[in-house]
Design a protein around this ligand. Structure first.
Ligand SMILES: Cc1cc2nc3c(=O)[nH]c(=O)nc-3n(C[C@H](O)[C@H](O)[C@H](O)COP(=O)(O)OP(=O)(O)OC[C@H]3O[C@@H](n4cnc5c(N)ncnc54)[C@H](O)[C@@H]3O)c2cc1C
Length: 464
């Protein structure tokens, strides 16, 4: 401790992406405030997004994920209490109770920021646990210790079962495949990457998954069989005909989503939304005065249909944390009214990206969709890579509301659409966008404008 203490006391609970960022921006805003981060784990801010790539070995050292270490916080005069848990909060006395191995202390705050993140959700699979939690060879992917344990258990030719074919499940499938494991993926829904991508854009990924893994969609993992505290097989059930089959396995990865960690916030009376996240506004303020929240523990409206959405993306966590840090330190910073949910990943060498809602989630909005398969380079230039691109526009206004891409530079192409969606750009204007052209890089008319030509024709047809 021992820093210069000024009037303003800011306490941040959690030192993940949002906690560390909030502290950083609070410090930039107020050079003298007393800022404390309380983190129950043993590591300071690290990139969870990089965790799978330590398993594949693309990131050789798991500790390289630590973005800001204890020394960095010390230099910034931010007090970082590791291995310390906030166990209680008294809003009347504006103080938190902090417990570590040896002592319990009370600390006062003027402003408090919840950055408590989320827990991995484990679906009810019979016999997946032992008395001490998950069986020895069953893992979620949320922490440095999770991936250290996974890496210590895997060997070439082992059988890995991944439960959940969302972004993290597929990233883990790819990373374990790179280590020579035989992969089976179990997905309860009829399609992979549900809530992220439409099925009709996913053909390139499905082809490669079918070639390199065994993929069961529409199947739920119902039961595990164990020997010596290890799961040896998973029984899966077809959702259509209820037929069961047994999948032998050496390791199980559970990637079935997360639940926001809101118990303390709920206890002190912060409004919890229907998604289960802490409700925050454009200033990252909760419903309580002087209490802010950011990251995976929060809910915020998406800007497409204004419905509350859980924040499960690091990109958004960091942006909310900037607002929380600055506002908690006494200046003013406002986030856009809603999030665009711009997202990306890569599996088995194929890049995917999307912005806005998938077509299932935007069923209530009258939409026109257009899809195009193009190439990243002009046809005469060798090495062009295929790109599938799909956009959704509002049926009545022509404003672009969603885009998905699979293939070359998907993320950068989707970022251009993110800019259009944020600024409510009409497809008629976007199709005239002057994109950069040079034969080794991109065609004269990029797929992002060509797909708008198709959408525009459909739009004019409908609104004739
Ligand atoms: C494998 C993986 C890959 C991902 N890939 C991407 C990606 O490519 N792109 C993307 O945008 N997002 C990605 N994400 C999501 C992104 O990592 C999260 O959105 C982000 O880490 C959330 O940060 P956070 O600070 O809100 O929560 P967390 O990082 O979970 O931090 C919360 C912290 O609070 C601490 N804490 C909780 N309660 C207490 C308490 N009472 N006292 C003290 N400390 C407490 C916890 O120990 C934890 O360290 C990925 C996530 C995972 C797991």
């Amino acid at each position: 401790m021992g820093f210069e203490v000024t009037d303003k006391k800011i306490i941040i609970i959690g030192c993940g992406a949002s906690g560390g960022t909030a502290a950083q921006f609070a410090r930039k805003t107020d050079r003298k405030a007393s800022i404390t981060i309380v983190e129950q784990g043993k590591y300071s801010q690290y990139s969870k997004c990089g965790l799978p790539y330590t398993v594949s070995g693309e990131i050789p050292n798991v500790y390289d994920l630590i973005e800001y270490d204890s020394e960095w916080f010390k230099k910034e005069k931010i007090e970082l209490l590791l291995n310390s848990t906030v166990s209680d909060i008294n809003t009347k006395s504006q103080s938190v109770t902090i417990q570590n191995d040896t002592e319990t202390i009370e600390k006062k705050y003027d402003t408090l920021i919840f950055c408590t993140g989320a827990f991995p959700f484990v679906p009810p699979i019979k016999n997946i646990n032992t008395n001490d939690g998950l069986a020895d060879n069953v893992f979620s992917v949320r922490t440095i210790d999770d991936v250290k344990n996974i890496s210590s258990k895997i060997k070439k030719d082992m059988k890995a079962t991944i439960i959940g074919a969302g972004l993290i499940g597929l990233e883990m499938a790819d990373c374990l495949y790179k280590k020579g494991l035989k992969i089976t993926i179990i997905e309860a829904l009829p399609q992979i990457l549900a809530n992220n991508m439409d099925e009709d854009t996913l053909q390139p990924i499905l082809s490669i998954l079918t070639e390199k893994t065994t993929l069961y969609t529409n199947h739920i993992a119902v039961q595990a069989k164990q020997k010596n505290d290890k799961v040896t097989s998973i029984i899966i059930q077809n959702q259509k005909d209820s037929k069961q089959q047994e999948i032998d396995t050496d390791i199980v990865i559970i990637a079935t989503g997360t639940k926001p960690n809101v118990s303390l916030a709920e206890k002190i009376g912060c409004t919890i939304g229907k998604t289960g996240g802490i409700v925050v506004n454009q200033q990252a303020q909760t419903s309580l005065k002087d209490v802010y929240a950011a990251g995976d523990c929060t809910q915020y409206n998406n800007s497409i249909n204004d419905k509350p959405t859980l924040i499960g993306l690091g990109s958004i966590a960091v942006r909310q944390a900037i607002a929380a840090g600055i506002n908690a330190a006494g200046k003013s910073y406002e986030l856009p009214k809603g999030v665009l949910l711009t997202r990306t990943s890569e599996f088995f060498g194929i890049e995917i990206a999307a912005v806005g809602l998938d077509s299932n989630a935007s069923k209530d909005i009258p939409m026109i969709y257009a899809k195009l398969k193009g190439s990243s380079k002009p046809p005469y230039f060798p090495g062009g890579e295929p790109i599938v691109i799909k956009i959704g526009i509002h049926e009545k206004t022509g404003v672009i509301l969603a885009a998905q891409a699979v293939g070359s530079n998907a993320a950068q192409r989707i970022n251009t659409f993110a800019c259009a969606i944020q600024n409510k750009v009409n497809v008629e204007d976007f199709r005239k966008l002057e994109t950069a052209y040079a034969p080794p890089i991109a065609p004269t008319l990029d797929v992002i404008t060509l797909v708008c030509d198709i959408a525009s024709r459909k739009f004019k047809g409908k609104n004739r």
